[in-house]
Design a protein around this ligand. Structure first.
Ligand code: NAP
Length: 474
């Protein structure tokens, strides 16, 4: 018998669970997948943009894994809360694999970041993904200009969502409140701004190219900014993905303007680094950038020339950061847990029974599929250690310990009840499944007593979808 806890049910957690039951020669292996939220799938549910339905459909693969009889999903269980420390987990399981991702957004560290209208992309993504911890629902979409800082795939996601038309979003599971707000958005011009050149951008070509396919939206690129990049003018030797990106931006830069001006535009800007977010009466009005130039080492340096881009909304999409989990070692420079082939290192020595996989192991990089080999490596280490791990004495019933600590796990059937409630909520709105955006609603649905409070927003045209009290939906 080998009992393993996987903490986190995003792609890295689920791939870890899959590798554990798939590769283990231990006949009696049991894997509990714990998640802080009552819902599984991590960033596939709460990070992948709602209009990326194909990527979202990965949930079906993850579901198959979590329905394996050797795997149990235990939602609404927060490690670190109510005495459920890493040390306690080691008393309950032979091994624990932390797949907790990188939850925090990075800041720019410039004046004005605290102004109204300045947000992290994570806050915006949480809102349109109906994350129950989302705190903002007013992003100041009442001005025509918006600035997105960063040149990664998150920047591309939030830029795209800002210019998508409501009829394209309506068939998705975007929460009703976000759909209504975006439908009334005044944003018409989004500036996606990179501090380096196009050859150093981090977005992938498929995501970049998609910006050029959006209806009524033109992508604008200044050829003079491209020409500043030595990689653009001499792409030989660059990785294939970079050369493909350059081809895409080149085509946009060379395209002659024809026909009537489009309803919306996305301006890709390069070699501009943000130095201050400007505001009036506490509200963002513009972002001040310094023009940069390549320093010959792959980075950039300032030129002392400045430019202001007017904007009512600023989203910083400058990457995620790991968050330390009390009781687990943490490398603050890297934002990861120190490890060797997935074995957690305490003072440089592998800690028996403790492992990591995913972003908390290798940092917030790579696409979803990157987590598969990463999980496999960790599981190979764990299974190599299995004979020794199986000899560790652990509590006979982890569920009893969780209950004794005051945790009330949402089981897989609870998650299925949430799915049914979301389908019912969508039905009341004339849509497909629509996500429940708050803790009370999710917990109510999971525990069988979901209730829908359907306040009307001005001009909303339908129930907002908050589940708080009122009439049953399921
Ligand atoms: P990312 O790929 O690391 O990109 C971060 C961007 O922010 C870079 O362009 C970086 O520029 C810039 N940046 C960092 N600090 C800055 C500063 N102080 N000022 C200005 N710019 C700054 O991060 P991400 O976009 O958050 O994505 C995280 C991961 O999730 C990536 O692996 C991404 O591919 C993945 N993801 C994938 C998808 C998809 O496949 N559809 C969707 C979303 C996310 P420098 O390069 O100059 O540092």
């Amino acid at each position: 018998m080998l009992r393993v806890a996987v903490v986190g049910s995003g792609p890295s957690g689920v791939y870890t669970a899959q590798a554990l039951v798939g590769q283990s020669a231990v006949p009696g292996i049991r894997v509990d997948v714990l998640d802080r939220l009552p819902c599984p799938y991590g960033l596939v549910r709460y990070g992948v943009a709602p209009d990326h339905e194909k990527i979202k459909s990965l949930q079906n693969n993850l579901r198959t894994v979590l329905e394996d009889e050797r795997i149990a999903f235990l939602g609404d269980v927060e490690v670190g809360a109510r005495g459920l420390t890493p040390a306690r987990l080691l008393e309950m399981y032979h091994a624990v694999v932390y797949c907790v991702g990188a939850a925090r957004d990075r800041r720019l560290g410039i004046p004005g970041e605290e102004l109204r209208g300045s947000f992290s992309a994570t806050e915006f993504v949480s809102w349109y993904s109906a994350h129950p911890d989302a705190v903002h629902d007013d992003f100041g979409l009442d001005r025509a200009g918006a600035v997105v800082v960063g040149a990664g795939n998150v920047a591309v996601d939030v830029t795209r969502l800002l210019v998508r038309r409501p009829e394209e979003l309506r068939p998705t599971d975007i929460p009703q409140g976000a759909l209504a707000a975006l439908a009334h958005s005044a944003v018409r011009e989004v500036h996606m701004v990179a501090r380096r050149g196009p050859a150093s951008a981090r977005f992938t070509t498929k995501e970049l190219r998609e910006l050029g396919t959006l209806p009524d939206t033109e992508v604008l690129v200044d050829p003079a900014e491209l020409a500043l990049d030595p990689g653009y003018t001499d792409p030989d030797g660059l990785p294939a993905v970079t050369r493909r990106n350059l081809d895409v931006v080149r085509a946009w830069a060379e395209r002659a303007a024809d026909g009537p001006p489009p309803a919306r535009s996305v301006r890709l800007r390069f070699f501009l680094r943000p130095v201050e977010i400007l505001g009036e009466a506490g509200r963002v009005t513009a972002v001040r950038f310094e023009r940069t130039e390549p320093d010959g080492q792959g980075r950039v340096r300032g030129t002392g020339r400045y430019e202001e881009i007017p904007a009512g909304l600023v989203l910083r999409a400058v990457g995620y950061q790991g968050v330390p989990l009390p009781g687990l070692p943490f490398d603050t420079d890297k934002g990861t847990v120190p490890h060797e082939a997935g074995r957690v290192l305490r003072d440089g020595t592998a800690s028996p029974g403790e492992y990591v996989a995913g972003w908390i192991k290798r940092g917030p990089t790579g696409v979803i599929g990157t987590n598969r080999p990463c999980a496999k490596e960790t599981v190979a280490s764990l299974l190599a250690d299995a004979p020794a791990l199986a000899r560790r004495r652990v509590a006979p019933d982890p569920l009893a310990v969780l209950h004794a600590l005051g945790h009330e796990p949402v089981p897989w059937t609870g998650w299925l009840a949430i799915e049914r409630a979301e389908a019912a909520l969508g039905g009341t709105l004339g849509r497909g499944p629509v996500k429940i955006p708050d803790w009370a609603g999710l917990r109510g649905a999971a525990r069988g007593g979901p209730v829908l409070d359907a306040p009307q927003r001005p001009g909303d045209g339908g129930p907002e979808g908050r589940v708080a009290g009122g009439r049953p939906i399921g």
